[in-house]
Design a protein. Structure first.
Length: 406
């Protein structure tokens, strides 16, 4: 959300199963038994491949490995509706609080704050294995093309360390709408090279940590698609030049709305993304209220969630892409909660496209914000019951994302 706009553990076999999100197909030497789960129209979305020698099970491009006693000769069919998405969690989003003004350093602890270890504990206990961490570009890099602020970088690194220790991925999110202060990337004030410089410096801090994901920026808007594509490709090139092997999440323009992916032009423009490692997915956001802004408590209908995701889902499938729902949320009312259930169930039924999601939002300073799932006085928020039933519960420490996912 633009801050200005304000289970189960898999026990398919004896022992613990580890999950790997990676390329389809098994090692060349592996013997395979391949079964498919046919869909209407003769399409097959689910393919399961059992490898006896390598003790590897593939479900589509999900590779399950681990210290198992045996791998059965016959593959096991895992139905989409029977399991959550692989990476599920929340935005812990107090790092983007407060106005930023050139020349004025934002005060940590009074103007903005990052999540505490107790918050990470709570959401890990609920089954969240990914945390989207909004922060502000100018807080981390006070001068364009300058060094990263040591204190701010240490704070972010401490969150990463604490979350990783709890089995959680951290999705880094410069929450700036493709801007530095109020100047858009690609303008004379904020050239593409400055955005690339920032990402090269930040990515070099976590180059081999597979549990740090790099979200290029939050919700680019009010800029041409070609301008944002050039900025994104510059950042990606800089990330890879820095030696970083992390998964990159790429948004589109128009607040990266899933429902507007085609009408905004993202469906054409974002096919121009270039990653030398081919290791990126698209991040979209989707709210349930009448204008998709996430600023109203009411949801349009109980099925609006799946309806608004369909265009993007079909586009991803057509172009062999993967998606991540970086923001969505619901107020505590029956229609909104039904719409959330509908949305998340739809994503689970389309796991060939959807990698995961993060709910908007949680954090100690959100008070009684309509979508917050931050516990209050030690008690769960009402929305948590719906959300928790769709959380993965397998720690990200047992899930390795590998090249390439397309």
């Amino acid at each position: 959300m633009n801050f200005l706009r304000l289970t189960s553990i898999f026990s398919l076999f004896a022992g613990t199963i580890y999950l790997m999100l990676g390329p389809s197909g098994t090692p060349a030497q592996a013997k395979q038994n391949i079964h498919t789960d046919p869909l209407a129209g003769g399409q097959s979305r689910l393919a399961v491949k059992a490898s006896v020698e390598s003790k590897v099970l593939y479900v589509n491009d999900i590779q399950l490995t681990g210290p198992v006693k045996t791998i059965p000769q016959k593959a096991v069919i895992v139905h989409h509706a029977a399991r959550p998405l692989y990476f599920t969690g929340v935005n812990l989003a107090c790092g983007c609080f407060g106005e930023r003004k050139p020349g004025v350093i934002a005060a940590y602890g009074s103007q903005y704050i990052f999540p505490s270890e107790s918050e990470l504990d709570y959401f890990a206990h609920k089954g969240s294995n990914v945390i989207r961490l909004p922060f502000r570009w100018m807080d981390l890099q006070p001068v364009l093309n300058g060094t990263l602020d040591t204190a701010e970088l240490n704070r972010i690194q401490n969150v990463v360390k604490a979350a990783n220790a709890r089995g959680q991925v951290v999705l880094l999110d410069p929450h700036d709408s493709a801007r530095y202060y109020d100047k858009v990337i690609g303008s004379p004030e904020v050239p593409y090279a400055a955005f690339a410089d920032f990402w090269g410096r930040l990515a070099s801090q976590f180059p081999t940590n597979s549990r740090v994901w790099l979200g290029l920026v939050n919700e680019p808007n009010n800029m041409p698609g070609a301008q944002w594509l050039r900025a994104a490709n510059a950042a990606i090139a800089s990330i890879r030049k820095a030696g970083a092997k992390n998964l990159i999440l790429v948004p589109g323009i128009a607040w990266t709305g899933a429902y507007s992916w085609v009408s905004s032009g993202n469906s054409k423009t974002m096919l121009g993304v270039v990653d030398p490692q081919n290791y990126y997915i698209f991040e979209v956001h989707q709210y349930l209220d009448p204008d998709s802004s996430g600023t109203h408590p009411e949801a349009v209908s109980a099925t609006i969630g799946s309806e608004r995701l369909k265009v993007f889902t079909l586009w991803c499938r057509q172009h062999h892409q993967r998606g991540f729902l970086g923001e969505f949320g619901a107020a505590n009312n029956p229609t909104a909660l039904l719409a959330t259930e509908d949305m998340l169930t739809y994503m689970e039924q389309n796991q060939d496209v959807w990698v995961g999601f993060t709910w908007w939002a949680a954090g100690a300073w959100w008070g009684d914000y309509i979508f917050t799932v931050e516990p209050k006085n030690g008690q769960d928020r009402p929305q948590m019951a719906t959300l928790e039933s769709h959380l993965q519960k397998v720690p990200a420490s047992r899930i390795k994302v590998t090249n390439s996912i397309h």
